[in-house]
Each structure stands twice: as structure tokens, then as C-alpha cells.
Ligand binder design. Structure first.
Ligand SMILES: NC(=O)c1c(N)nc(OC2CCCC2)nc1O[C@@H]1CCC[C@@H]1O
Length: 331
């Protein structure tokens, strides 16, 4: 399993390099009409990427040139600035690393730390902005500071409220995903139509949300789980767990499995239970998100340039390497 993990990490780095290289050549070729590389070099590199993606399907991303096939998103969706950047998060790959992260964090805090533990939904980030309780904007994360305007598209998603029960000015953020069943149906249909299929539900969700034609989005049965209230103190919300309940009361879809964990053994139990349930879930998950529950403490801990210090994603071992999650005492 150790060797498989290393192989996977080597492959992941190689895939990233190949995607960057190929997309760079594509931009020159398509946007600047100035190919800087012979076709056979491009083709050979493209085949390398295809082989790696075939060997490690979990490394396929929407940005990969192998996913740029018919019916995919158009590059010219209007851009949307995110005054509060949409951050990503740090990853850990073992319970030991998770324990180290929590202990480092707790060493800097003089009060007991409670965590809000959530499933990490395998979709793409979504921001929803409401004015006087009416949906006025939907956008993707993009690079975190500039996203794409998908307002017309999110209006077609059943779980996105068009209006709220109160006339609030509020922004909420979450994950847009395609349920596994919808993904299977979509790919069967595309197979039948001779259209290229999507590699995984996350790519299908990205390709469906980032459409210029919202009728295409409407046909794709997307769903959402919202997990962040922006400026929660404006609504008297003090913890992440309260934020989830607040959004649920407003009519947003929130994931029902979130718990507050006072200690790391509880987190361990949650990870074990959710790992066991993973295949039976109606949607894809690629890990567990552990967040400091107290929002004031989150602020105090702050963020690094790219990721918050107050949360971490525990990523499941890649599908290829089935590792046995042992019960590790958090002593
Ligand atoms: N995918 C998820 O289920 C998920 C989650 N449950 N909670 C968060 O918290 C945000 C808050 C600030 C930075 C991350 N992020 C999630 O997904 C992130 C968004 C961007 C990259 C990850 O997919």
C-alpha cells in the first residue's frame, strides 16, 4: 500500500505537469493561432496524459484537455469577483496527520476546541448571493478571487431557493454536485448518443454548471449542499454547526451528517462510520472536513494565503489503494 501511495503521488505530479503543458500549447494553438510544438509532440504528450488518467481516474480534473470535449463549458462565461476569496483547504491523508494538525492547532489555543465534522462533497464550489431575500447571483470559485457567473444556471437547480423566507441580504457558499444516479443516467444517454462520457460525477457537475446554455444545466439534475454563511455574526451565528442549521431554516440544502466533536476519538469514529457508508451514499464524497466549530476562534486562527488554518480535509485513500483504517488511540 505504501508503494501504491507513492506511485499515486508520482502520477498526480506528472498529470499536473502534463495538463499544464498541454493547456499551454492549446492556448497558443487555439487562442493565439501560434502553435509552438509539432502535432506529433502534442499527440504523444496527450497520449501520456490519457494513459495516466486511465490508470488513475481519480486524477482526472475538469481542466484536463482530455475533458474538453463536446458540450463542455465555454470559456466566455462572465467573470465575478469574490471580495471574500473562496478558499480551498489543506489536506491530510491519515488519522495520524489529522491528530498532528489538531494538536498543533490546540497548542496555540488556551480553551478546549470543539470541531464541526462534515462530509467532503465531491463537486465544485458555488456561491449564492441574495438581496432582500431574492437570489441575485450564482458563481463558481474560479481561482478563488475571480469566478464565473452561473446565475441563470443555478436558477434551474431545484435545491437552490429562488427566494428566502426572510428579506435578507446574504451570501452562502457550498458545493454543487451531481448525484451518482444522475451521473450514471447521463453517461448512459451520452453513450447512446455517441457523445463522450464524463469521467466522474465531479467533472459532470462542473461541465453541467459551467454551461452558457442554462437549458443544458436544467437537464442535468444538479444538486447542492451549502456549508458557509458569509459574515455569520450579522445573523447572530456563533458556530459552524449553528450556521448549517441557520441555512437549513432558510431552505438551503445542508448535509444531514454533520456532527460537533469535542475530542479526536469522536472524529475517528465519524471517519470510520462514514468510510463504511461511502459507497451507499447517493452522492460522491472524497473525504471528511474537520473545522473549528467556534467561528470567532476561526477568525482568530485566520487563514494562510490559500487555505484556512482552522480546518483540514481528511482525504480517503485513493480508490486504487484500499487501506485498512485502523483504530488509532488518540492518546
Ligand atoms: N466539499 C465540501 O464538502 C466542503 C465543505 N464541507 N466545507 C468546506 O469549507 C470551506 C470553507 C472555507 C474553505 C473551505 N469546503 C468544502 O469544499 C471545498 C471548497 C473548495 C475546495 C473544497 O472542495
Amino acid at each position: 500500500a505504501e508503494q501504491a501511495k507513492n506511485d499515486h503521488e508520482v502520477a498526480a505530479a506528472k498529470v499536473r505537469d502534463l495538463v499544464t503543458q498541454l493547456n499551454g500549447w492549446r492556448t497558443q494553438y487555439y487562442d493565439q493561432d501560434a502553435p509552438t510544438v509539432e502535432d506529433h509532440v502534442y499527440d504523444e504528450t496527450y497520449r501520456q496524459l490519457q494513459d495516466l488518467e486511465a490508470a488513475y481516474p481519480d486524477l482526472i480534473t475538469p481542466e484536463s484537455p482530455t475533458q474538453a470535449v463536446g458540450g463542455t463549458p465555454s470559456g466566455d462565461l462572465p467573470k465575478v469577483p469574490h471580495p471574500i476569496p473562496m478558499l480551498s483547504m489543506g489536506d491530510v491523508f491519515s488519522l495520524t496527520e489529522l491528530k498532528d494538525w489538531a494538536q498543533r492547532l490546540e497548542a496555540g489555543v488556551d480553551t478546549p476546541v470543539a470541531y464541526n465534522v462534515e462530509l467532503k462533497i465531491d463537486g465544485l464550489s458555488l456561491s449564492l448571493v441574495y438581496e432582500q431575500g431574492r437570489l441575485v447571483q450564482g458563481s463558481t470559485r474560479g481561482n478563488g478571487r475571480i469566478g464565473e457567473d452561473v446565475t441563470a444556471n443555478v436558477r434551474t437547480i431545484a435545491s437552490v431557493p429562488q427566494t428566502l423566507p426572510e428579506p435578507l441580504d446574504i451570501e452562502v457558499r457550498g458545493e454543487c454536485y451531481m448525484p451518482k444516479a444522475a451521473f450514471a443516467t447521463l453517461n448512459a444517454q451520452r453513450e447512446a448518443d455517441g457523445a463522450p462520457t464524463f469521467a466522474n460525477p465531479r467533472n459532470a457537475a462542473a461541465g453541467s454548471l459551467r454551461q452558457l446554455d442554462s437549458k443544458v444545466t436544467a437537464s442535468r439534475q444538479l444538486d447542492t449542499f451549502m456549508y458557509t454563511v458569509i459574515d455569520p455574526e450579522r445573523f447572530g451565528i456563533a458556530t459552524q454547526h449553528e450556521a448549517l442549521a441557520f441555512m437549513a431554516r432558510l431552505g438551503f440544502a445542508t448535509n444531514p451528517t454533520a456532527i460537533v466533536a469535542e475530542d479526536l476519538n469522536t472524529i475517528d469514529d465519524y471517519i470510520t462510520a462514514q468510510t463504511a457508508d461511502r459507497d451507499s451514499l447517493a452522492y460522491g464524497i472524497d473525504g471528511i472536513v474537520v473545522k473549528v466549530n467556534d467561528l470567532a476562534l476561526q477568525e482568530e486562527l485566520g487563514n494562510t494565503v490559500k487555505v484556512p488554518r482552522w480546518e483540514i480535509a481528511y482525504k480517503f485513500p485513493a480508490e486504487i489503494a484500499k487501506t485498512v483504517v485502523r483504530d488509532i488511540e488518540w492518546t
